[in-house]
Structure formats: structure tokens, C-alpha cells
Design a protein around this ligand. Sequence first.
Ligand code: CA
Length: 229
Amino acid sequence: MDTRKLIYCVEDEKNIRELVVYALNSSDFKAEGFEDGEAFREGIKKALPDLVLLDIMLPGEDGMAILAELRRNKETRQLPVILLTAKGSEFDKVQGLDAGADDYVAKPFGVMELLSRVRAVLRRSRLDREQPMLQVGKILMNQEERRVLADGRELQLTFKEFELLRFLMENENMVLSRDKLLDIVWGYDSEVETRTVDVHIRSLRQKLGDLGEVIETIRNVGYRIGRGA
Ligand code: CA
């Protein structure tokens, strides 16, 4: 039995597509490339992959439209998607993550970086399936469905707000420094400043309403969730 994870790569630039497919196949994956949304859709019908690498700029239907369709469809709603973005288009990245992508890789990217991101997203999605629910006090998070209930009320969180809350909840009662939060939630985005963490915390607290106090500010260090929840 073939136990390799099946990865689809949707990319119209032949050189990049072939390189990615070659790199994945040379590693411990099984990969297939598609040049546009139409070919990809045919591929999905034949076999559902474990993860999709999706280019944003495609001829005809773009990657964002394909992602939206995957998220609308019941069979593909949980399918991990990593967006391949053009160099320096910050707009694409933010939009992509808020549209439900699991991660993004900016072109030009190194093969080793791509492989490690693929592994990280697969690991994450496996953990989510094994233990989908997180709870701190009256805050309930379903990681698999990416839904958060605050005292029974559903919150509309952006991608980063969700990731930030998830990491805080995973580490209930632990003090997390701004640097640590930046590293985990934003990671590779070196241009992001620690102030960004404060901005997102403020927005999270607002959305949590009366439960906002559950996120405590630890002076000169960072944040903690849990006490008094
Ligand atoms: Ca392209």
C-alpha cells in the first residue's frame, strides 16, 4: 500500500510546477501538477489529495476563487491549502489567510523551505483532527472547523486572530512573550513588529466582549490566558 501523502500543485508556470512536483516526489510525498483550475478540478474528482499548493495568479479562474470553492464544498472544506504568492504582494497574503488558506509561501521560494512548510501544515491538520476542541472557561474552539464560541456566541475572527487565540488557549495559564507569539503566529514574517501582537490582542479582546478580560497583559513581557476564566 502506498502510504505517501498526495500533494496537488496548481501552478501555470511550467518550470515552477515541475520543480515542485519533482522535489515532492523526491522526498516522501506523491505529487501531481495541474496548470489551471479546470485541470485541478478533474484531478480532485479522481482522488482527493492530502494537501494543495495553490498559485494565486492563474489564467482564467485565479487561486482565490479556487480556494473559495474548496471551502464551500463539504468534501474539501478541511483540505489543507498553502498559497503560492507572488513576491512582495502583502495584499494577497492577508487576503489569502483570511479566506481560509492554512499558510502561504512567497515566490521565489527554496525547495527545503517549501517541504518544511508542507510538513508543518500536514502535522497541524493531523493534530486538529485528533483533538479538535480547545476550551478555556467559556471560550470554546473547534480547530477543525475553525470556529470559536464565546459564551455560546460565535466570533468572526481573522486568520491571525484565530491563530493567536489558539496558541494562547493551547498554553492556558502560561505567560507568553510577544516575541514568542510573533514567532509562532507570524513566524517567517520578519518585517512584522512586536506591536502587531498588541494590535491583534486588542481586537481579540473587543470581539470577546465581556470575556475579553480572560486575556491578561503581563507587563513588559506579553500575555496569558486562563486566570479568572
Ligand atoms: Ca502564476
